[in-house]
Design a protein around this ligand. Structure first.
Ligand code: NDP
Length: 278
């Protein structure tokens, strides 16, 4: 199986992550092995899952069946909220389900600052990285104050912060802080989770027509042109190919600025500052 030629981003620990992958949130467990297998056949080498997606086992089956050498794959999973006080055990369970001896990136899924347990979890992730079973460690949905706390207390800067980010919600202050700290940005919901009118906006359609691309490709290109890591989710084979075919054109400054102007600052998913679901 031939890999797609996807650029990599160097993380602050020296590891390299493919800038584009496949996310499997809301991919049914019964569908996951097929979707991940089709993605790997299409040349994807980066898969983003999480314990709470309940499909780590099926991701692992597709990886095993592919026969692709482990070193050619980049696999991310995440520590769920209820597991912040038992990170070593939860991590071992995720590895077991994935059928892997190591993940490439392990993230704390939500800060849950109201419970005050993320710092302890971060200390455990540092040990997991030292053990070699996670090449890189990072966080997800962390605000500046959440990041500052774990950095101040441990001196270890997360390799990545995976946050809701799309043209309607660009998180400029947070991304600026991450840039200064050397924390890579992973944009979740890069297509606004299919919940917006972005794909039918005139500026997006005009850019798509100008470059012979689809509106979704224009939005994904807007992300990669800003150095972000993305893993749009789809269960459809033709969209797997479409979503990855974004490295042979460039949006102009004017086209980029038109999409930048969509910012309204509202999140489509939970607010990380108040998300207390466990
Ligand atoms: P996305 O922005 O990737 O949007 C997915 C939606 O867009 C689906 O409805 C999909 O439909 C549709 N879609 C995909 N490709 C196209 C296309 N080419 N044209 C038109 N529609 C398309 O949302 P996600 O929430 O899935 O985010 C991506 C990934 O980010 C997740 O899968 C997960 O890995 C991660 N994530 C992380 C979170 C966190 O808290 N850390 C929270 C949420 C997501 P269809 O499947 O029918 O193609």
């Amino acid at each position: 199986m031939t890999a797609l030629d996807i650029p990599t981003i160097e993380l602050n620990d020296g590891a390299k992550i493919p800038q584009l992958g496949l996310g499997v949130y809301l991919v049914e467990p019964g569908d996951t092995e097929r979707v991940v297998s089709e993605a790997l056949e299409a040349g994807y080498r980066h898969i983003d899952t999480a314990m709470i997606y309940e499909n780590e086992r099926e991701v692992g089956k597709a990886i095993a069946a592919s026969g692709i050498p482990r070193d050619e794959l980049f696999v991310t999973t995440k520590l769920w909220n209820t597991d912040q006080t038992r990170a070593p055990e939860a991590f071992a369970e995720s590895l077991d389900k994935l059928g892997l001896e190591r993940v490439d990136l392990y993230l704390i899924h939500w800060p849950q600052a109201m419970f005050g347990e993320a710092l302890g979890a971060w200390r455990e992730l540092i040990k997991i990285r030292e053990s070699g079973r996670a090449t890189s460690i990072g966080v997800s949905n962390f605000e500046i104050e959440d990041l500052q706390q774990i950095i101040d207390e441990t001196g270890v800067v997360p390799a990545a912060n995976q946050i809701e980010l799309h043209p309607l919600h660009q998180r400029r202050e947070l991304t600026g802080f991450c840039r200064e700290q050397g924390i890579a940005i992973e944009a979740w919901g890069p297509l606004a989770q299919g919940k917006s009118d972005l794909l039918t906006r005139p500026e997006v359609i005009a850019a798509a027509e100008a470059h012979g691309k689809s509106p979704a490709q224009v939005l994904l290109r807007w992300h990669v042109q800003q150095g972000r890591i993305i893993f749009p989710k789809t269960t459809k084979r033709e969209r797997l190919a479409e979503n990855a075919d974004i490295f042979d054109f460039a949006l102009t400054d004017v086209e980029m600025a038109a999409i930048d102007a969509y910012e309204v600052g509202t999140n489509l998913g939970p607010d990380p500052r108040t998300f207390d679901v466990r």
